[in-house]
Write a protein that binds this ligand. Structure first.
Ligand code: AMP
Length: 111
């Protein structure tokens, strides 16, 4: 099955990537919902957070240890981390990802 994010990972074009480890990478969302809108994705196809297990949790753990470095790199002090899981929650790309949103005041609760 074709996956947009796996295709991004397979491509050699890292020109937009702002951060990378051996297990994750971060690049801007193509349709930003805030002045800063980044996506952090594992370099392993995991469909949703419901598919995280002890077998692949190191990819998710790496994302969480990368986030402080990413937000520091882009100068965000306040930000929101969002992961939509499942269609009703708004997940449109079935490859786990975390949105980092910031650069403006963010309302709560989200819709
Ligand atoms: P979600 O709707 O939570 O699954 O988030 C998927 C996100 O991926 C959306 O915010 C899209 O704008 C974003 N997106 C889709 N294709 C690309 C792409 N090629 N590059 C960057 N972001 C993308």
């Amino acid at each position: 099955m074709s996956c947009i994010f796996c295709n991004i990972l397979k491509s050699n074009d890292k020109s937009k990537w702002i951060y990378e480890t051996d297990k994750c990478c971060c690049f801007p969302d193509i349709d930003p919902k805030a002045p800063v809108h980044l996506l952090v994705i594992p370099k392993l196809h995991i469909e949703s957070l419901s598919d995280v297990s002890s077998e692949n949790a190191d990819f998710i753990s790496d994302i969480f240890s990368s986030i402080p470095k990413i937000v520091s790199k882009v100068g965000l002090k306040s930000y929101r981390l969002v992961s939509n899981n499942g269609e009703d929650a708004g997940q449109s790309v079935m490859h786990v990802h975390f949105h980092i949103l910031g650069g403006r005041s963010l309302g709560w609760p989200p819709g």
